[in-house]
Design a binder for this molecule. Structure first.
Ligand SMILES: [Zn+2]
Ligand SMILES: [Zn+2]
Length: 286
């Protein structure tokens, strides 16, 4: 992963996995000479390695919001990178609650961590996470690489972000989890690649029906916190992005819904280059 590229490590929306489903959300980018991880859902550690990237080679981590499908494996990722030889601090940007998550992860694993420090001579693990709070605006600048964040619309979570990454030549916009919101078009405009979450509204009822304990609150949450795939196509058309990749599929792995359904929904409004995400899909950023 030396050339500029993006890898969709996990493209499933929501935390539950089942036989045949994709894995929850993580995205790995190589941009501006840096290796950047956005979100750290379940499976991220294995998925980074499967891209041929050493765990010790991650330069920066951003967490878009504190739904578990976006950060459940952050602690295990850092712990595993530490056992793989990571000794330097890794900057991690995310909502304020991330600090509590990290401190309590360290508490939960204290026996093992203390043992490895005493018994194997490892450096302390706590400082390996250089935690910083995300806020709107430019959140990172490093050589040619610039990263900007904007609050998106993912109720009831208030601190949920979309990201724009730029290396001076390429602009990549990542939606995070979001419903459409004012200001989104302007943030997306000019993107060489837009990676956007997507929902098939007709599939939501099937998701709810498949649950052991269906609750109407879940359907209401999904519908007000995500973007229908048709809307994603309309957004791409309005803003003139050069390419679109769908990820964070709701539903995912449901019998009767195929790639063709996602393509058909987007194509109602947009006919540009379209990638339907799957776990491990790597796209060059030419
Ligand atoms: Zn999510
Ligand atoms: Zn979410």
């Amino acid at each position: 992963m030396d050339e500029p590229c993006i890898a969709l490590l996990g493209v499933k929306g929501g935390p539950a996995i089942r036989p045949g489903s994709n894995m929850p959300t993580s995205i790995l980018l190589r941009l501006g000479g840096r290796t950047i991880l956005v979100d750290a859902g379940l499976g991220v550690t294995r998925a980074v390695c499967d891209q041929g990237v050493a765990l010790t080679g991650i330069d920066l981590i951003l967490v878009t919001h504190l739904h578990s499908d976006h950060y459940l494996e952050l602690g295990p990722l850092l712990h595993t990178a530490w056992t793989a030889g990571l000794t330097r601090p890794v900057p991690i940007l995310g909502p304020p609650g991330l600090r509590q998550y990290w401190e309590r992860f360290l508490d939960a694993m204290a026996f093992d961590i203390d043992l490895r420090i005493a018994d194997e001579g490892r450096v302390p693990l706590a400082p390996v996470a250089d935690l910083r709070e995300m806020a709107e605006g430019e959140v990172w600048r490093d050589g040619p690489l610039r990263i900007e964040a904007i609050l998106n619309a993912h109720p009831p979570i208030e601190e949920s972000y979309a990201l724009r990454l730029w290396d001076g030549a390429r602009r990549v916009v990542l939606s995070g989890d979001t419903a459409p919101f004012a200001g989104w078009d302007a943030f997306v405009a000019g993107a060489d690649l837009l990676v956007h979450e997507a929902m098939l509204t007709r599939g939501v009822d099937a998701v709810i029906a498949g649950l052991a304990h269906p609750d109407p609150r879940l359907k209401a949450h999904i519908l007000r916190a995500h973007t229908p795939a048709e809307e994603v196509g309309a957004l791409a058309a309005r803003t003139g992005v050069k390419a679109l990749a769908l990820n964070h599929f709701v539903p995912d792995g449901l019998p009767g819904i195929t790639e063709d359904d996602w393509v058909a929904a987007v194509r109602q409004h947009w006919d540009g280059p379209l990638h339907i995400g799957r776990d491990g899909l790597r796209l060059p950023l030419g």
